[in-house]
Design a protein around this ligand. Structure first.
Ligand code: ADP
Length: 286
């Protein structure tokens, strides 16, 4: 039998987390997104090359790898945000419920409602109140005749984002008046309000202090009971702590991002299939 490779403290941290959470999530459910031979360019520059990956429903998939290996580009392709970048172009398929999100008759606005995104720097609309920040997407995507319905959704979204208790008396203050961690949870509430199926998080904690980071990680573990989550993180302890699945990216000799391997987080961190993954998670490079 193959020996478990020693990947040090990360493996221990991850094993401890799994002991805590696996009981409720023993079997990770089926794929919600099937990525098939996905490549993406900025103009003539190939940024990610031929990525194929199955993203499970109601699970957290962490995308890890050194800076510049295409992690952000990859998740921006998952909800058709990449094509709004200058020169952004893709090839390949991303199947959502068996239908390619890049099919000609697919509306990217609908895709971005079904697959929401939260960015690295918390970016509430600064001129809008907390309430209006949460309801902004709703007002764009639906016709809301009754204010009380909107109030209900705003409260529910803020509760799900673990922010309600902190802001319930400040709903009409500017979103920009909140702390960094609160602003990031406000952006998560805004993403949740339109009832997406999948939430993409692009390094959501990189601008936050450790306490706010832990709050977002706890929040992710709660949200995953209802949503499927893909998170880009350069923080491997974070990937080990929060994710069920993980994918390791690396830039190849042409500087295009490739997927080295993906699988259950426990397997990837304790017994990686590829030597390059092992070198990365044991801190030999990156
Ligand atoms: P990561 O998230 O892993 O740091 P990115 O997806 O941001 O990597 O970048 C992958 C590659 O694409 C890098 O070489 C980067 O310079 C390039 N890139 C990213 N954004 C743009 C852009 N808007 N225009 C041109 N090149 C870009």
């Amino acid at each position: 039998m193959e020996q478990k490779k020693n990947t040090g403290t990360l493996a221990v941290v991850e094993e401890q987390r799994r002991e805590k959470t696996d009981s409720g999530n023993a079997e990770i459910s089926k794929g919600i997104l099937e990525v098939q031979n996905l490549s993406a360019w900025y103009g003539k520059t190939l940024a990610i090359k031929n990525i194929s990956m199955s993203i499970r429903s109601k699970a957290i998939m962490a995308i890890i790898g050194p800076s510049g290996c295409g992690k952000s580009t990859f998740i921006r392709c998952l909800n058709r945000m990449h094509e709004v970048s200058h020169g952004g172009r893709t090839e390949g398929c991303v199947m959502l419920d068996g239908k390619d999100i890049y099919a000609r008759d697919t509306d990217p606005v609908v895709i971005r409602r079904r697959i929401g995104m939260v960015f690295q720097k918390p970016a509430p609309f600064p001129m809008m109140s907390v309430f209006d920040n949460v309801s902004a997407g709703l007002k764009l995507t639906r016709l809301w005749g009754r204010h009380w319905e909107l109030e209900e959704v705003v409260e529910r979204s803020l509760r799900q984002a673990a922010l309600w208790d902190e802001v319930k008396d400040k709903l009409h203050q500017s979103g920009a008046s909140l702390s960094g961690g609160q602003q990031q949870r406000l952006c998560i509430a805004r993403a949740i309000a339109v009832e997406p199926e999948i939430i993409l998080l692009d390094e959501p904690c990189s601008a936050l202090d450790p306490a706010s980071t832990l709050k977002i990680e706890d929040l992710m573990r709660n949200l995953v009971t209802q949503y499927s989550i893909v998170i880009v993180t350069h923080n491997m302890q974070q990937a080990a702590r929060v994710s069920d699945m993980a994918g390791f990216f690396l830039a190849d000799q042409d500087r295009a991002g490739i997927l080295i391997e993906y699988g259950k987080t426990s397997q990837l961190f304790t017994n990686p299939k590829d030597k390059r993954t092992e070198d990365y998670i044991t801190g030999r490079f990156g």
